[in-house]
Write a protein that binds this ligand. Structure first.
Ligand code: NAD
Ligand code: MG
Length: 384
């Protein structure tokens, strides 16, 4: 019998975090929760801690520290507060695997700290690789750390590559649902509101990634994520719109053979695969029926209407700190869109202006990424 895996779940109160806890709940003989962290939702964090009895809990929002501390005192669970504390607790000796499920640039520091401490990583926080892909993948190599993708498309590629790691990839096809606005034109998009953008046809996710999916920025971020995870060049990555979200992505090898990974759209599957790798764990997730999906369809992405995908390819090709600029500007505009301060199409305009104006750095250090992020946010906010 193998030993249990001790897991730190960063962002346990979010969409990925709560589904990861569903996986743990169904597999208590395989996984133990060592650390839970949340940002503002103290009530849920407390509830999770009481159920899973971790060694340590961190609440990023320091104003909620007393509430969490008092609630967990009788349970003998250590409580810390603040963003720095998240990057510190991941170093705990008892942790085997860190699930990085914080949203946005905010997840970068703790993911890097976990890699430095030699922890295996299950990576949901795609922004980490968008912002600092070169630095993060070099560090992981140096430390002998594996980064297991949680993002469904990247999990699909990874699953297709199992047993093929020695075979070169010719290209990959990342599938995209197309989101709620697939097929719409600019006139329609100019007046859409957040309520419409938040209704994703196939996936239930956090607000930021749901808006990113509607604007195709999510696919742009995923192209950059794939580049770093699988060591690919831009011309080896293609995006194909597949509205049913059943084929999660495809690898094409040098002999022309293609492998796809399929299944119902349920994030618990890629989360569990990343947490359990190399083992597949028996699950009771709903099974796919061909007769519920008599047609699987594929079409080209409309990058003229949804400019974010083209902007992401541009930023990737430019390299350096350009993807960091793309990400920071996007985080600002998504937040503004969620507050009804900016229109749907204007989001791409602001991202593009930031890419044109922020100083370019060819080989950024960690501090350069932090500075680029800060400066881009300042400039983006001026343009809203
Ligand atoms: P979410 O908004 O539901 O949850 C985010 C989590 O991060 C919460 O626990 C929140 O408390 C925490 N958090 C937010 N800001 C923080 C900060 N400044 N400091 C510390 N903690 C903070 O987001 P999500 O949908 O679960 O997405 C998480 C990550 O996973 C994102 O990078 C997203 O792109 C990626 N992802 C999500 C899905 C999905 O289905 N939800 C799928 C693929 C990839
Ligand atoms: Mg995805």
């Amino acid at each position: 019998m193998s030993e249990k895996k001790n897991i730190a779940i960063l962002g346990s109160t979010g969409s990925i975090g709560t589904q990861a806890l569903d996986v743990v709940r169904a597999n208590t003989d395989t996984f133990v929760v060592e650390v839970l962290t949340g940002n503002g939702n103290a009530d849920l964090l407390i509830k999770q801690a009481i159920e899973f009895n971790p060694n340590t809990v961190v609440i990023a929002d320091e104003s909620k520290y007393k509430q969490v501390k008092d609630a967990l005192q009788p349970h003998d669970i250590k409580v810390f507060a603040g963003k720095k504390a998240i990057a510190e607790v991941v170093e705990m000796e008892s942790i085997d695997l860190v699930l990085a499920a914080i949203v946005g640039h905010a997840g970068l520091e703790s993911t890097i700290a976990a890699i430095k401490a030699g922890k295996q990583i299950a990576l949901a926080n795609k922004e980490t690789l968008v912002v600092a892909g070169e630095l993060v993948t070099e560090l992981a190599k140096e430390k002998g750390v594996n980064i297991y993708p949680v993002d469904s498309e990247h999990s699909a590629i990874f699953q297709c590559l199992a047993g093929e790691f020695h075979n070169p990839i010719e290209k990959i096809y990342l599938t995209a649902s197309g989101g709620p606005f697939r097929g719409k034109d600019k006139t329609f998009l100019s007046s859409v509101k957040k309520e419409q953008a938040l209704k994703h046809p196939n996936w239930e996710m956090g607000a930021k990634i749901t808006i990113d999916s509607a604007s195709l920025m999510n696919k742009g971020l995923e192209v950059i994520e794939a580049k770093w995870l699988f060591g690919l060049k831009a011309e080896q990555i293609d995006v194909i719109v597949h509205p049913q979200s059943i084929v999660h992505s495809i690898v094409q090898f040098t002999d022309g053979s293609m492998k796809a990974q399929m299944g119902l759209p349920d994030m618990k599957l890629p989360i569990q695969y990343a947490m359990g790798y190399p083992n597949r764990i028996k699950s009771d997730f709903p099974r796919f029926s061909f007769f519920n999906y008599p047609r699987l369809t594929f079409e080209q992405a409309d990058t003229k209407t949804f400019r974010n995908l083209a902007l992401a390819f541009d930023a990737m090709n430019k390299g350096g700190n350009a993807p960091c600029v793309l990400n920071a500007a996007n985080e600002v505009v998504v937040e503004a869109f969620l507050k009804d301060k900016i229109g749907f199409l204007e989001m791409s305009d602001v991202v593009e202006k930031c890419l044109q104006t922020i100083d370019f750095i060819t080989k950024p250090s960690y501090d350069d990424y932090v500075a680029t992020d800060k400066e881009t946010r300042r400039v983006a906010n001026l343009k809203i």
